[in-house]
Ligand binder design. Structure first.
Ligand code: SF4
Ligand code: SF4
Ligand code: SF4
Length: 433
Protein backbone atom coordinates (compact mmCIF):
# COMPACT_ATOMS: atom_id res chain seq x y z
CA UNK A 1 0.00 0.00 0.00
CA UNK A 2 1.40 3.38 -0.88
CA UNK A 3 2.20 5.89 1.85
CA UNK A 4 0.62 9.34 1.74
CA UNK A 5 2.41 11.60 -0.74
CA UNK A 6 5.07 13.67 0.96
CA UNK A 7 4.41 17.21 -0.13
CA UNK A 8 4.22 18.52 -3.65
CA UNK A 9 7.38 20.60 -3.85
CA UNK A 10 9.84 19.22 -6.46
CA UNK A 11 12.88 17.52 -4.93
CA UNK A 12 15.42 20.15 -5.96
CA UNK A 13 13.31 23.14 -4.95
CA UNK A 14 12.41 21.64 -1.55
CA UNK A 15 15.79 23.01 -0.38
CA UNK A 16 14.10 26.40 -0.07
CA UNK A 17 11.90 25.00 2.70
CA UNK A 18 14.92 24.30 4.96
CA UNK A 19 14.56 25.79 8.45
CA UNK A 20 18.24 25.19 9.29
CA UNK A 21 17.12 23.31 12.39
CA UNK A 22 19.82 20.63 12.07
CA UNK A 23 17.44 17.78 12.92
CA UNK A 24 18.66 15.93 9.81
CA UNK A 25 22.26 16.11 10.97
CA UNK A 26 21.40 14.62 14.35
CA UNK A 27 19.81 11.54 12.74
CA UNK A 28 22.41 10.95 10.01
CA UNK A 29 24.20 7.66 10.76
CA UNK A 30 27.08 8.44 8.39
CA UNK A 31 27.85 11.94 9.69
CA UNK A 32 27.87 10.38 13.17
CA UNK A 33 30.91 8.22 12.38
CA UNK A 34 33.03 10.10 9.82
CA UNK A 35 34.29 13.57 9.03
CA UNK A 36 34.41 12.68 5.34
CA UNK A 37 30.71 13.49 5.12
CA UNK A 38 29.65 16.92 6.38
CA UNK A 39 26.07 15.84 7.02
CA UNK A 40 22.68 16.17 5.36
CA UNK A 41 22.11 19.87 5.92
CA UNK A 42 25.35 20.81 4.19
CA UNK A 43 25.34 18.12 1.46
CA UNK A 44 21.59 18.55 0.91
CA UNK A 45 19.78 21.91 1.05
CA UNK A 46 22.86 24.05 1.55
CA UNK A 47 24.74 22.46 -1.36
CA UNK A 48 21.59 22.57 -3.45
CA UNK A 49 21.75 26.36 -3.43
CA UNK A 50 25.17 26.14 -5.07
CA UNK A 51 23.82 23.63 -7.57
CA UNK A 52 20.83 25.78 -8.39
CA UNK A 53 23.09 28.81 -8.58
CA UNK A 54 25.16 27.17 -11.26
CA UNK A 55 22.25 25.40 -12.94
CA UNK A 56 19.70 28.16 -13.12
CA UNK A 57 22.01 31.02 -14.00
CA UNK A 58 24.86 29.62 -16.07
CA UNK A 59 27.58 32.17 -16.46
CA UNK A 60 25.98 34.64 -14.11
CA UNK A 61 28.55 36.63 -12.13
CA UNK A 62 30.05 34.53 -9.40
CA UNK A 63 27.76 31.53 -9.77
CA UNK A 64 29.99 29.24 -11.80
CA UNK A 65 33.00 30.22 -9.72
CA UNK A 66 31.45 28.92 -6.50
CA UNK A 67 33.30 25.85 -5.31
CA UNK A 68 31.21 22.72 -5.77
CA UNK A 69 30.40 20.98 -2.51
CA UNK A 70 29.46 17.84 -4.42
CA UNK A 71 32.55 15.74 -3.84
CA UNK A 72 31.17 14.91 -0.40
CA UNK A 73 27.72 13.78 -1.54
CA UNK A 74 29.13 10.43 -2.57
CA UNK A 75 29.48 9.59 1.12
CA UNK A 76 25.73 9.85 1.69
CA UNK A 77 24.51 6.26 2.00
CA UNK A 78 20.98 7.12 0.88
CA UNK A 79 19.47 5.61 4.03
CA UNK A 80 16.76 8.28 4.03
CA UNK A 81 16.64 9.00 7.76
CA UNK A 82 17.19 12.70 7.11
CA UNK A 83 14.22 12.97 4.73
CA UNK A 84 11.97 11.09 7.14
CA UNK A 85 13.01 13.27 10.09
CA UNK A 86 12.97 16.68 8.39
CA UNK A 87 10.10 18.79 9.78
CA UNK A 88 9.99 20.90 6.61
CA UNK A 89 9.75 17.92 4.23
CA UNK A 90 13.04 18.76 2.52
CA UNK A 91 13.84 15.74 0.34
CA UNK A 92 17.46 15.57 1.37
CA UNK A 93 18.32 11.96 0.57
CA UNK A 94 16.60 12.21 -2.81
CA UNK A 95 18.43 15.50 -3.50
CA UNK A 96 21.75 13.86 -2.68
CA UNK A 97 20.98 10.93 -4.94
CA UNK A 98 20.20 13.25 -7.83
CA UNK A 99 23.35 15.26 -7.19
CA UNK A 100 25.34 12.03 -7.35
CA UNK A 101 23.68 11.09 -10.64
CA UNK A 102 24.37 14.57 -12.04
CA UNK A 103 28.03 14.27 -11.09
CA UNK A 104 28.26 11.03 -13.04
CA UNK A 105 26.17 12.09 -16.03
CA UNK A 106 28.19 12.23 -19.22
CA UNK A 107 30.99 10.09 -17.76
CA UNK A 108 31.48 6.41 -18.35
CA UNK A 109 30.36 4.68 -15.12
CA UNK A 110 33.04 3.26 -12.90
CA UNK A 111 33.32 -0.51 -13.52
CA UNK A 112 32.52 -1.27 -9.87
CA UNK A 113 29.36 0.84 -9.86
CA UNK A 114 28.22 -0.63 -13.18
CA UNK A 115 28.85 -4.18 -11.92
CA UNK A 116 26.92 -3.60 -8.70
CA UNK A 117 23.92 -2.54 -10.77
CA UNK A 118 23.93 -5.70 -12.92
CA UNK A 119 22.21 -7.93 -10.40
CA UNK A 120 20.32 -10.03 -12.95
CA UNK A 121 23.43 -10.63 -15.04
CA UNK A 122 25.63 -11.49 -12.06
CA UNK A 123 22.80 -13.60 -10.59
CA UNK A 124 22.39 -15.60 -13.79
CA UNK A 125 26.13 -16.19 -14.20
CA UNK A 126 26.60 -16.90 -10.48
CA UNK A 127 23.79 -19.45 -10.21
CA UNK A 128 25.00 -21.19 -13.40
CA UNK A 129 28.43 -21.70 -11.85
CA UNK A 130 27.43 -21.60 -8.15
CA UNK A 131 30.10 -23.95 -6.68
CA UNK A 132 32.95 -22.12 -8.45
CA UNK A 133 31.46 -18.64 -7.92
CA UNK A 134 30.87 -19.26 -4.20
CA UNK A 135 34.35 -20.70 -3.74
CA UNK A 136 35.93 -17.73 -5.54
CA UNK A 137 34.01 -15.17 -3.50
CA UNK A 138 35.33 -16.77 -0.31
CA UNK A 139 38.90 -17.09 -1.52
CA UNK A 140 41.18 -14.55 0.19
CA UNK A 141 43.45 -13.97 -2.81
CA UNK A 142 40.53 -13.49 -5.22
CA UNK A 143 38.82 -11.08 -2.80
CA UNK A 144 42.06 -9.12 -2.38
CA UNK A 145 42.29 -8.81 -6.19
CA UNK A 146 38.63 -7.71 -6.47
CA UNK A 147 39.29 -5.16 -3.74
CA UNK A 148 42.34 -3.70 -5.48
CA UNK A 149 41.14 -3.89 -9.08
CA UNK A 150 37.35 -3.39 -8.83
CA UNK A 151 36.92 -1.59 -5.51
CA UNK A 152 34.69 -4.05 -3.63
CA UNK A 153 36.09 -4.47 -0.12
CA UNK A 154 37.69 -7.84 0.58
CA UNK A 155 35.67 -8.28 3.79
CA UNK A 156 32.38 -6.94 2.45
CA UNK A 157 29.46 -9.34 3.00
CA UNK A 158 28.75 -11.01 -0.34
CA UNK A 159 25.89 -13.54 -0.46
CA UNK A 160 26.14 -17.12 -1.70
CA UNK A 161 24.57 -17.93 -5.06
CA UNK A 162 21.80 -20.52 -4.99
CA UNK A 163 22.35 -23.69 -7.01
CA UNK A 164 19.10 -22.98 -8.90
CA UNK A 165 17.24 -19.66 -9.19
CA UNK A 166 13.82 -19.49 -7.56
CA UNK A 167 12.12 -19.09 -10.93
CA UNK A 168 13.65 -22.36 -12.17
CA UNK A 169 12.02 -24.11 -9.18
CA UNK A 170 8.56 -22.73 -9.85
CA UNK A 171 6.06 -25.40 -10.75
CA UNK A 172 2.94 -24.62 -12.72
CA UNK A 173 2.13 -21.44 -10.84
CA UNK A 174 0.89 -18.68 -13.11
CA UNK A 175 3.93 -17.13 -14.77
CA UNK A 176 2.19 -15.24 -17.54
CA UNK A 177 2.80 -11.58 -18.29
CA UNK A 178 -0.96 -11.28 -18.74
CA UNK A 179 -3.67 -11.58 -16.04
CA UNK A 180 -6.01 -13.43 -18.44
CA UNK A 181 -6.65 -16.88 -17.05
CA UNK A 182 -5.36 -16.06 -13.55
CA UNK A 183 -7.60 -16.61 -10.50
CA UNK A 184 -9.59 -13.49 -9.53
CA UNK A 185 -7.82 -10.70 -7.57
CA UNK A 186 -9.58 -11.46 -4.28
CA UNK A 187 -8.05 -14.95 -4.35
CA UNK A 188 -4.66 -14.27 -5.89
CA UNK A 189 -1.69 -11.94 -5.46
CA UNK A 190 1.28 -11.12 -7.66
CA UNK A 191 4.65 -11.92 -6.10
CA UNK A 192 7.64 -9.65 -6.88
CA UNK A 193 10.66 -11.70 -5.79
CA UNK A 194 13.32 -9.31 -7.06
CA UNK A 195 16.85 -10.49 -7.72
CA UNK A 196 17.85 -11.40 -4.14
CA UNK A 197 15.16 -14.04 -3.59
CA UNK A 198 15.62 -15.31 -7.13
CA UNK A 199 19.38 -15.80 -7.18
CA UNK A 200 20.52 -15.91 -3.53
CA UNK A 201 17.65 -16.66 -1.17
CA UNK A 202 15.05 -18.87 -2.87
CA UNK A 203 14.15 -20.11 0.63
CA UNK A 204 12.70 -16.65 1.36
CA UNK A 205 10.56 -16.82 -1.78
CA UNK A 206 9.40 -20.31 -0.85
CA UNK A 207 8.43 -19.17 2.66
CA UNK A 208 6.46 -16.28 1.13
CA UNK A 209 4.58 -18.63 -1.19
CA UNK A 210 3.86 -21.04 1.69
CA UNK A 211 2.49 -18.23 3.88
CA UNK A 212 0.41 -16.63 1.13
CA UNK A 213 -1.03 -19.99 0.04
CA UNK A 214 -1.78 -20.90 3.64
CA UNK A 215 -3.95 -17.79 3.67
CA UNK A 216 -5.86 -18.94 0.63
CA UNK A 217 -4.11 -16.93 -2.09
CA UNK A 218 -2.96 -18.31 -5.40
CA UNK A 219 0.44 -16.76 -6.09
CA UNK A 220 1.16 -15.39 -9.54
CA UNK A 221 4.84 -14.95 -10.39
CA UNK A 222 4.98 -13.05 -13.68
CA UNK A 223 8.22 -12.28 -15.56
CA UNK A 224 10.25 -9.53 -13.86
CA UNK A 225 13.73 -8.05 -13.66
CA UNK A 226 15.67 -6.38 -10.84
CA UNK A 227 13.70 -3.37 -9.59
CA UNK A 228 16.68 -1.15 -10.50
CA UNK A 229 17.46 0.21 -7.05
CA UNK A 230 21.20 -0.63 -7.21
CA UNK A 231 21.35 1.37 -10.45
CA UNK A 232 19.52 4.31 -8.87
CA UNK A 233 21.85 4.23 -5.85
CA UNK A 234 24.87 4.30 -8.11
CA UNK A 235 23.56 7.20 -10.16
CA UNK A 236 22.80 5.13 -13.28
CA UNK A 237 19.31 6.49 -13.87
CA UNK A 238 19.12 5.67 -17.60
CA UNK A 239 19.61 1.94 -17.03
CA UNK A 240 17.32 2.06 -13.99
CA UNK A 241 14.54 3.53 -16.15
CA UNK A 242 14.99 0.62 -18.58
CA UNK A 243 14.49 -1.90 -15.73
CA UNK A 244 11.53 0.08 -14.40
CA UNK A 245 9.83 0.14 -17.79
CA UNK A 246 10.20 -3.63 -18.17
CA UNK A 247 8.67 -4.27 -14.76
CA UNK A 248 5.90 -1.73 -15.22
CA UNK A 249 5.10 -3.19 -18.64
CA UNK A 250 4.14 -6.47 -16.95
CA UNK A 251 2.93 -5.40 -13.52
CA UNK A 252 0.65 -2.55 -14.61
CA UNK A 253 -1.75 -4.96 -16.32
CA UNK A 254 -2.13 -6.88 -13.06
CA UNK A 255 -2.47 -3.73 -10.98
CA UNK A 256 -5.20 -2.40 -13.28
CA UNK A 257 -7.02 -5.71 -13.03
CA UNK A 258 -7.11 -5.26 -9.24
CA UNK A 259 -4.30 -7.59 -8.16
CA UNK A 260 -2.06 -6.64 -5.28
CA UNK A 261 1.69 -6.89 -5.83
CA UNK A 262 3.48 -8.31 -2.79
CA UNK A 263 7.26 -8.30 -2.32
CA UNK A 264 9.65 -9.78 0.23
CA UNK A 265 12.34 -7.13 -0.10
CA UNK A 266 11.55 -3.80 1.53
CA UNK A 267 13.96 -2.23 -0.95
CA UNK A 268 12.19 -3.61 -4.04
CA UNK A 269 8.74 -2.74 -2.71
CA UNK A 270 9.82 0.80 -1.82
CA UNK A 271 11.26 1.19 -5.31
CA UNK A 272 8.00 0.06 -6.91
CA UNK A 273 5.91 2.19 -4.55
CA UNK A 274 7.87 5.42 -4.67
CA UNK A 275 11.25 5.50 -6.40
CA UNK A 276 10.02 4.97 -9.95
CA UNK A 277 8.08 8.18 -9.61
CA UNK A 278 10.17 10.19 -7.13
CA UNK A 279 13.64 9.36 -8.41
CA UNK A 280 13.12 8.30 -12.02
CA UNK A 281 10.36 10.81 -12.80
CA UNK A 282 8.13 8.10 -14.27
CA UNK A 283 4.89 9.93 -13.68
CA UNK A 284 2.63 8.01 -16.03
CA UNK A 285 -0.35 5.86 -15.18
CA UNK A 286 1.64 2.59 -15.21
CA UNK A 287 3.93 3.86 -12.44
CA UNK A 288 0.99 5.19 -10.47
CA UNK A 289 -1.13 2.03 -10.55
CA UNK A 290 1.83 -0.22 -9.76
CA UNK A 291 2.91 2.06 -6.90
CA UNK A 292 -0.58 1.98 -5.43
CA UNK A 293 -0.92 -1.80 -5.78
CA UNK A 294 2.41 -2.68 -4.14
CA UNK A 295 2.67 -4.02 -0.59
CA UNK A 296 5.55 -5.22 1.50
CA UNK A 297 4.67 -8.77 2.56
CA UNK A 298 4.50 -8.06 6.32
CA UNK A 299 2.39 -4.98 5.63
CA UNK A 300 0.07 -7.15 3.53
CA UNK A 301 -0.20 -9.90 6.16
CA UNK A 302 -0.83 -7.42 8.96
CA UNK A 303 -3.57 -5.81 6.88
CA UNK A 304 -5.15 -9.26 6.47
CA UNK A 305 -5.00 -9.65 10.23
CA UNK A 306 -6.56 -6.23 10.81
CA UNK A 307 -9.45 -7.32 8.58
CA UNK A 308 -9.81 -10.63 10.43
CA UNK A 309 -8.58 -12.61 7.43
CA UNK A 310 -5.16 -13.82 8.55
CA UNK A 311 -4.88 -17.48 9.45
CA UNK A 312 -3.44 -17.25 12.95
CA UNK A 313 -2.96 -20.95 13.56
CA UNK A 314 0.68 -20.49 14.48
CA UNK A 315 2.49 -23.22 16.39
CA UNK A 316 4.82 -22.57 19.31
CA UNK A 317 8.32 -21.19 18.60
CA UNK A 318 10.08 -20.82 21.90
CA UNK A 319 13.08 -18.58 21.40
CA UNK A 320 14.40 -15.05 21.61
CA UNK A 321 14.61 -13.22 18.28
CA UNK A 322 16.40 -9.89 17.81
CA UNK A 323 14.78 -7.90 15.00
CA UNK A 324 16.33 -5.10 12.92
CA UNK A 325 14.01 -2.82 10.94
CA UNK A 326 15.81 -1.76 7.75
CA UNK A 327 15.79 1.90 6.82
CA UNK A 328 13.97 1.19 3.56
CA UNK A 329 11.12 -0.14 5.69
CA UNK A 330 11.03 3.08 7.68
CA UNK A 331 10.76 5.01 4.42
CA UNK A 332 7.54 3.10 3.68
CA UNK A 333 5.93 4.83 6.67
CA UNK A 334 4.05 1.65 7.67
CA UNK A 335 5.44 1.09 11.17
CA UNK A 336 7.07 -2.24 11.99
CA UNK A 337 4.52 -4.82 10.80
CA UNK A 338 6.90 -7.77 11.34
CA UNK A 339 6.91 -7.11 15.09
CA UNK A 340 3.09 -7.06 15.19
CA UNK A 341 3.03 -10.39 13.34
CA UNK A 342 5.69 -11.90 15.63
CA UNK A 343 3.45 -11.05 18.59
CA UNK A 344 0.91 -13.55 17.19
CA UNK A 345 3.39 -16.44 17.39
CA UNK A 346 3.18 -18.24 20.74
CA UNK A 347 6.47 -18.46 22.61
CA UNK A 348 8.34 -16.10 20.27
CA UNK A 349 10.19 -13.37 22.16
CA UNK A 350 11.02 -10.84 19.41
CA UNK A 351 12.88 -7.66 20.39
CA UNK A 352 13.30 -4.55 18.28
CA UNK A 353 17.01 -3.75 18.25
CA UNK A 354 16.02 -0.10 17.89
CA UNK A 355 19.09 0.85 15.87
CA UNK A 356 18.88 3.06 12.79
CA UNK A 357 21.22 1.47 10.28
CA UNK A 358 23.33 -1.66 9.89
CA UNK A 359 25.56 0.36 7.56
CA UNK A 360 25.39 -1.64 4.34
CA UNK A 361 22.78 0.65 2.74
CA UNK A 362 22.29 -1.51 -0.33
CA UNK A 363 25.66 -1.52 -2.07
CA UNK A 364 27.24 1.34 -0.05
CA UNK A 365 29.05 -0.82 2.51
CA UNK A 366 30.44 -3.14 -0.17
CA UNK A 367 32.65 -0.39 -1.58
CA UNK A 368 36.29 -0.39 -0.53
CA UNK A 369 36.33 3.29 0.47
CA UNK A 370 33.05 3.00 2.43
CA UNK A 371 33.43 -0.36 4.16
CA UNK A 372 34.93 0.98 7.39
CA UNK A 373 32.23 3.66 7.61
CA UNK A 374 29.51 1.05 7.11
CA UNK A 375 30.94 -1.17 9.83
CA UNK A 376 31.20 1.77 12.23
CA UNK A 377 27.57 2.72 11.51
CA UNK A 378 26.37 -0.81 12.27
CA UNK A 379 28.66 -1.56 15.22
CA UNK A 380 26.19 -0.62 18.01
CA UNK A 381 23.62 -2.97 16.42
CA UNK A 382 26.15 -5.77 16.09
CA UNK A 383 27.16 -5.32 19.74
CA UNK A 384 23.53 -5.54 20.90
CA UNK A 385 22.93 -8.77 18.96
CA UNK A 386 26.19 -10.30 20.19
CA UNK A 387 25.36 -9.29 23.77
CA UNK A 388 22.05 -11.16 23.54
CA UNK A 389 23.98 -14.30 22.60
CA UNK A 390 21.49 -14.71 19.76
CA UNK A 391 22.11 -17.42 17.18
CA UNK A 392 19.30 -16.09 14.98
CA UNK A 393 17.94 -12.64 14.15
CA UNK A 394 15.36 -11.29 11.70
CA UNK A 395 15.36 -8.42 9.21
CA UNK A 396 13.21 -7.60 6.17
CA UNK A 397 16.02 -6.51 3.85
CA UNK A 398 18.47 -8.90 2.19
CA UNK A 399 21.60 -6.73 2.18
CA UNK A 400 21.05 -5.92 5.87
CA UNK A 401 20.72 -9.64 6.60
CA UNK A 402 24.04 -10.32 4.85
CA UNK A 403 25.74 -7.49 6.70
CA UNK A 404 24.44 -8.44 10.15
CA UNK A 405 25.13 -12.13 9.60
CA UNK A 406 28.73 -11.44 8.59
CA UNK A 407 29.28 -9.09 11.52
CA UNK A 408 27.63 -11.15 14.28
CA UNK A 409 27.76 -14.79 13.19
CA UNK A 410 24.02 -15.10 13.90
CA UNK A 411 21.78 -16.68 11.25
CA UNK A 412 19.64 -13.96 9.67
CA UNK A 413 16.12 -14.73 8.45
CA UNK A 414 13.31 -12.83 6.78
CA UNK A 415 10.23 -12.43 9.06
CA UNK A 416 8.16 -14.49 6.64
CA UNK A 417 10.46 -17.46 7.28
CA UNK A 418 9.52 -17.30 10.95
CA UNK A 419 5.81 -17.22 10.06
CA UNK A 420 6.21 -20.18 7.69
CA UNK A 421 7.97 -22.07 10.48
CA UNK A 422 5.19 -21.19 12.94
CA UNK A 423 2.52 -22.44 10.52
CA UNK A 424 4.47 -25.66 10.06
CA UNK A 425 4.66 -26.05 13.86
CA UNK A 426 0.87 -25.80 14.27
CA UNK A 427 -0.61 -29.00 15.58
CA UNK A 428 -4.18 -27.92 16.24
CA UNK A 429 -5.83 -26.14 19.16
CA UNK A 430 -6.99 -22.53 19.56
CA UNK A 431 -5.37 -19.99 17.23
CA UNK A 432 -4.05 -16.59 18.43
CA UNK A 433 -6.48 -13.66 18.10
S1 SF4 B 1 15.96 18.83 9.08
FE1 SF4 B 1 15.12 19.78 7.24
S2 SF4 B 1 14.68 21.86 7.85
FE2 SF4 B 1 16.08 21.05 9.40
S3 SF4 B 1 18.15 21.60 8.65
FE3 SF4 B 1 17.69 19.57 7.86
S4 SF4 B 1 16.84 19.96 5.83
FE4 SF4 B 1 16.73 21.89 6.94
S1 SF4 C 1 20.39 9.75 3.38
FE1 SF4 C 1 21.26 8.94 5.28
S2 SF4 C 1 23.48 9.14 5.00
FE2 SF4 C 1 22.50 10.45 3.47
S3 SF4 C 1 22.42 12.45 4.44
FE3 SF4 C 1 20.46 11.42 4.84
S4 SF4 C 1 20.71 10.45 6.84
FE4 SF4 C 1 22.76 10.96 6.09
S1 SF4 D 1 21.64 -1.26 5.39
FE1 SF4 D 1 19.69 -1.69 6.10
S2 SF4 D 1 19.41 -0.40 7.80
FE2 SF4 D 1 21.18 0.29 6.75
S3 SF4 D 1 20.57 1.77 5.38
FE3 SF4 D 1 20.32 -0.02 4.29
S4 SF4 D 1 18.42 -0.85 4.59
FE4 SF4 D 1 18.82 0.69 6.07
Amino acid sequence: MIAAPRGSVPIGLSADECLKCNVCTTVCPVARVTDLFPGPKYAGPQAQRFRLGTTLAPGSPGSAALPSPDHTVDYCSGCGFCSTACPADVKIAEMNNRARAALRAGHRPRLRDWLLGQTDLSGRLGTLSAPLANWSLRNGLFRWLIDRVVGIHRHAPLPRFAGRPFRARLGDRHRSADPAGAPPPDRAVVYFHGCAANYYEPHVAKAALDVLERNGFAVIVPPQVCCGLPLISNGLYGSARGRARRNLGVLAAYARAGYRIVGTSTSCTHTLKSEYREMLDLEDDDARVVGEATWDICEFLLDLHDRGRLDTSFGMIERALPYHAPCQLRSHGIGLPALDLFALVPGLDATDMDHDCCGIAGTYGLKSEKYDIAMAVGEPLFRKIRAMGATEAACDSETCRWQIEAATGARLVHPVEILAEAYAAWSGGVAAG
